[in-house]
Write a protein that binds this ligand. Structure first.
Ligand code: ZN
Length: 132
C-alpha cells in the first residue's frame, strides 16, 4: 500500500490527484488489475469526474446547496462540522479503477478528485494495487 499526503488550503476544496496515482501505478509495473484509492478521513471524499476548473467550482456549489452548514444537525453539538461529515457520506470514501496495459483505464475526461470538506488539514489517501 502506498500513501499520498495532501495538505489542503481551503475549508472545501477539490484536488486532482490523478498524476500522483498514475505515478504509483507505473512504479508498480502491474500490467493488469485494479487500483483502489481510499481516503482515511470522515470529512473527505474521493470521486471520479472531469477536473475542469468551472466544473470543480460547480461541484463545490452543489455540495453547499445540498448540505448547507449549520442546519441544526445533532453532530454540531459536538464539533460543529456535521455538514462536512454529511458531504463526505454523499461523496463516498473510495474509488476503484481498472489497470490495463500498465496504466489506469480512465476515460478521456475522467480525473481522480480528492474532496476536502473540513479543511484546511493534513490528509492521507491510500493507494492499493491488486494484480489480476
Ligand atoms: Zn465531526
Amino acid at each position: 500500500m502506498e500513501r499520498i499526503e495532501i495538505r489542503t488550503k481551503e475549508s472545501t476544496e477539490l484536488i486532482d490527484i490523478t498524476r500522483e496515482v498514475k505515478g504509483i501505478v507505473s512504479s508498480k509495473r502491474v500490467d493488469s488489475g485494479v487500483c483502489v484509492i481510499f481516503t482515511k478521513h470522515t470529512t473527505t471524499g474521493i470521486i471520479i469526474n472531469e477536473g475542469e476548473a468551472g466544473l470543480k467550482s460547480d461541484i463545490l456549489t452543489l455540495l453547499n446547496e445540498l448540505i448547507p452548514k449549520g442546519k441544526g444537525y445533532l453532530h454540531d453539538r459536538i464539533d460543529n462540522n456535521a455538514h462536512s461529515h454529511l458531504r463526505a457520506v454523499v461523496l463516498g470514501s473510495s474509488v476503484t479503477i481498472p489497470i490495463e496495459g500498465g496504466t489506469l483505464a480512465l476515460g478521456t475526461w475522467q480525473s481522480i478528485l480528492f474532496v476536502e470538506c473540513d479543511g484546511p488539514r493534513r490528509r492521507e489517501v491510500c493507494v492499493v494495487i491488486i494484480e489480476g
